[in-house]
Write a protein that binds this ligand. Structure first.
Ligand code: IPE
Ligand code: IPE
Ligand code: MG
Length: 246
């Protein structure tokens, strides 16, 4: 069965966001340390990025490290940061070949210097690419982002630059770290967990949620295609009735 041919390319989501979960359990299933799962998750990142680029999805956001993930054992956090630096370095060439621009959201100031520098350099080196934007959520939390946006708007209001009456949906969106990026229409979470874990709370207001039991290191093109097909079979009503849509 060719899943790819079942995708309606006219009705692709512009932006897909993914909560990449299940690396630890994947490793445990094979009697390996959690870090082994993270390393094997890189292949899934590569396949998902390539598949989105090939299809014509314009934005892909991957949740790579949450603010809450600092609470993990130090060795795991360090391994994740090292893996991040290595992966980004290794992928710059491919990203450029495929026309992928790298962006990051989250509090990057708390990342280790080396990770931040590598990330900023990769963003600089790929900024001219226009085929797709890959957004890495790193040390990201949606509540942090919303609080930061509120602070930004309050500061502007206090200094007289902004009239509080002008704070609307658009003004708030523009104060978020995702400014300029359309909201995701499809949010995928792997590993069978049915929760959002502090990811893009504002931006997913009307996203279609897709939960799959597949563990992240096992996630391949076909899993992505399946999620997109599922998305395309849903009726997005945005408050209207079904009858109004025809
Ligand atoms: C997701 O896999 C990767 C990160 C959160 C960095 P996990 O490490 O959360 O894997 P599980 O959920 O413990 O299986
Ligand atoms: C969410 O996964 C964060 C990332 C995928 C980076 P977690 O595995 O940390 O989520 P919870 O804490 O189990 O909800
Ligand atoms: Mg997890």
């Amino acid at each position: 069965m060719d899943l790819k041919s079942k995708i309606n390319l006219e009705k692709l989501p512009t932006h897909i966001a993914v909560i990449m979960d299940g690396n630890g359990r994947w490793a445990k299933e094979q009697g390996m340390a959690r870090v082994f799962g993270h390393r094997n998750g890189v292949k899934a990142v590569r396949e998902t990025t390539e598949a989105c680029t090939e299809l014509g999805v314009k934005y892909l956001t991957l949740y790579a490290f949450s603010t809450e993930n600092w609470n993990r054992p130090e060795a795991e956090v360090n391994a994740l940061m090292t893996l991040l630096v290595e992966t980004i370095k290794n992928e710059i060439k491919t990203l450029n070949e495929n026309g992928v621009r790298l962006k990051a959201i989250g509090d990057l100031s708390r990342l280790p210097d080396k990770s931040r520098k590598t990330l900023l350099k990769a963003m600089e080196d790929t900024k001219q690419n226009q085929r797709m934007t890959l957004v890495l959520a790193l040390n990201y939390s949606a509540k942090w982002e919303i609080v930061e946006a509120a602070r930004k708007l309050a500061t502007a209001a206090k200094s007289g630059e902004l009239d509080p009456a002008d704070i609307d949906d658009t003004a708030f969106s523009n104060a978020l770290s995702t400014v300029g990026i359309p909201d995701p229409e499809l949010l995928i979470r792997t590993s069978g967990e049915n929760r959002i874990s502090n990811f893009l709370l504002w931006q997913i207001a009307y996203a279609e949620l897709y939960f799959t039991p597949t563990l992240w290191p096992d996630f391949r093109r076909e899993h992505l295609y399946q999620a997109i097909i599922d998305f395309q079979n849903r009726e997005r009503r945005f408050g209207k009735t079904s009858e109004q849509l025809v």
